[in-house]
Ligand binder design. Structure first.
Ligand code: SAH
Ligand code: SF4
Ligand code: F3S
Length: 440
């Protein structure tokens, strides 16, 4: 079976694609790079905002046309597959295989089935799964907890991914050890809310304790995403600060700076709580790099509320931010109960927020000029004069390609900063981790 997989959405979906790929490989599937070469096209979908849903709709429409011309099987997996909205799309475009995010381990059975195969169950096997380590990769994702127990009123994820289920710590540690053994230098621990790791299982370590155990494996870089402010306890802060392998980078979504909006979003914290968490983090890790997610134009957001978001942005002084226009998602409480704001209002607020973000990112990136940072170089940049990589703080970094001919870890002296990245010169390679791979 010649298979082509197309992945939308977040890192959790990328990890799931890797998982499904390893299942497919074990039953002899061959992977191809284009739809034209494939006889099975699998689309891993996202439903968090309207845009990714539209993309999937368009793609599946094209694939149906292709199906009319030749023998082609089409599969749909991931978050949209779990929703009624997605299943309607799947029916319309004659999707053969449909697997929810909890049923990925069924892919083999799905392909053996003679007829249409749909499975939307949440299978326990998934959290017991141990995917093989990818060969030749320098960085990798590792899922530590699936699902989400929060109920943010705008968010479809708890519906698509179900309640929180932590993976067994032994399995996580084995997966990380295997990654280290094949030369991976950076892992990102994944979950919708990694800080609630262990809360759903008797006898599992809590997230802070897990971080410390992971530190002992000795991977050069450990990152994690995403954290919910409510669960970002002092214990997590201390574990981060005391475990040198854990990078000084935190993505801590705030969503809004207004208490009124936070309440309507059901975020379970107030602005003051969030700022206190930032204070605790900075006290323990003064150099920490901070990013966030912000939604603008949540229903009922007034200009005053939006000003509170801007003022919170200034108070924290984020290094970077992902900013989204509120997108009403059928099946969420805010879709049902609140009236969407006019698009012009939302767009105009987003533009003002982006301006603020650029100013801050420029200022915050500037603090690295003259300092030496560790960069994980991935390969040549678009502009082939440069090699590209990222720092422990997740900044994109460019260095002259002639100075970093192999992917790996380098010490880089930063010469220049823009709002989007750092530019530097290689000051030395970090011996242990510069592995001799040819540049891709
Ligand atoms: N579990 C993560 C994020 C999951 S979704 C967390 O809580 O941080 C990633 C981001 O998408 C969210 O942080 C939020 O900013 C954004 N998002 C989620 N639903 C949205 C919606 N309906 N409209 C716009 N942005 C949304
Ligand atoms: Fe969605 Fe909130 Fe859960 Fe994040 S914490 S996945 S925003 S419900
Ligand atoms: Fe999208 Fe699902 Fe991730 S909705 S953002 S792929 S958790």
């Amino acid at each position: 079976m010649k298979t082509h997989i197309i992945t939308y959405g977040c890192q959790m979906n990328e990890y799931d694609t890797h998982l499904v790929k390893s299942e497919l490989a074990s039953i002899g599937a061959e992977f191809v790079d284009t739809v034209t070469d494939a006889d099975f096209v699998l689309v891993n979908t996202c439903a968090v905002r309207g845009k990714p849903v539209e993309k999937v709709r368009t793609l599946l429409g094209e694939l149906r046309k292709e199906k009319g011309k030749r023998n082609l099987m089409v599969g749909m997996m991931g978050c949209l597959a779990q929703l009624e909205e997605g299943q309607q799309i799947a029916r319309k475009f004659e999707v053969d295989v449909l697997l929810g995010p909890g049923a990925l381990t069924e892919i083999g059975r799905a392909l053996e089935a003679k007829n249409r195969f749909w499975d939307l169950s949440f299978r326990e096997e998934l959290t017991h799964h141990l995917p093989p380590a990818p060969q030749g990769a320098l960085s990798a994702f590792v899922s530590i907890i699936r699902g989400c127990n929060h109920h943010c009123t705008y968010c479809i994820v708890p519906t698509t991914r179900g309640p929180e289920v932590s993976r067994h710590p032994d399995l996580i540690l084995r997966e990380l050890q295997a990654l280290k053994d094949v030369g991976v230098v950076e892992v990102t621990l994944l979950g919708q809310n990694v800080n609630s790791y262990g809360n759903d299982q008797e006898g599992f370590p809590k997230f802070g304790e897990l971080l410390r155990k992971i530190g002992e494996i000795g991977l050069p870089r450990v990152k994690f995403t995403t954290s919910h402010p409510v669960n970002f306890t002092d214990d997590v802060v201390a574990a981060m600060a005391e475990t040198p392998q854990v990078c000084g980078y935190i993505h801590l979504p705030v969503q809004s700076g207004s208490n009124r909006v936070l309440r309507r979003m059901a975020r379970e914290y107030r602005r003051e709580w969030y700022l206190d968490r930032i204070r605790a983090i900075r006290e323990a890790m003064p150099e920490v790099v901070l990013s966030t997610d912000i939604i603008v134009g949540f229903p009922g957001e007034t200009e005053e509320d939006f000003q509170e978001t801007l003022s919170l942005y200034d108070e924290v002084g984020y290094d970077s931010a992902y900013m989204f226009i509120y997108s009403p998602r059928p099946g969420t409480p805010s879709y049902k109960h609140f009236q969407d704001l006019p698009r012009e209002v939302k767009v105009e607020r987003l533009q003002r927020l982006i301006e603020r973000q650029k100013e801050w990112s420029f200022k915050r990136n500037g603090r690295w000029v003259g300092k030496t940072v560790e960069v994980l170089v991935r390969g040549v940049a678009k502009d082939e004069q440069y090699a590209e990589g990222h720092s422990r703080g997740n900044h994109p970094v460019l260095v002259p390609a002639s100075q970093a001919r192999h992917p790996g870890l380098y010490q880089v002296e930063i010469k220049q900063a823009t709002p989007h990245m750092l530019l530097g010169e290689v000051a030395g390679a970090t011996e242990a981790a510069t592995i001799p791979l040819l540049m891709a």
